[in-house]
Design a protein around this ligand. Structure first.
Ligand code: FES
Length: 107
């Protein structure tokens, strides 16, 4: 069973193989959203980018078309939590900023 470590919050959650990252976070009572976006978000439809996270370590499938469109101007390791199927242990940074553009590592 993959584990996802949210480095800023120092929290690890267990994820079912293939489970959606946003849904796994919700199931574990963890929010990938900041501030008012906890309420004002598209509920996983890849429309708002409020769930943007940085994949610090671990392997994920390439961006799908919706992510590619929504994150076109963001670094390649920025992803939409609502579009990631977790198949590997991951290290995730929530609410990534422009300062956190270091390339992804593998674990
Ligand atoms: S929840 Fe809106 S893009 Fe992921």
């Amino acid at each position: 069973m993959p584990k996802v470590y949210f480095e800023k919050e120092d929290r690890t959650i267990q994820v079912e193989p293939g489970e959606n990252l946003r849904e796994a976070a919700i199931r574990n009572k963890f929010s990938v959203y900041a501030h008012v976006q906890k309420i004002l978000n598209c509920r996983g439809r890849a429309l708002c980018a409020a769930c943007t996270v940085k994949v610090v370590a671990g392997n994920v499938a390439p961006r799908n078309d919706a992510e590619a469109k929504r994150l076109a101007k963001k670094p390649a390791d920025f992803r939409l939590a609502c579009q990631i199927a977790v198949e590997d242990d991951l290290v995730i940074a929530t609410h990534p900023s422009k300062q956190s553009r270091a390339p992804s590592k593998t674990i």
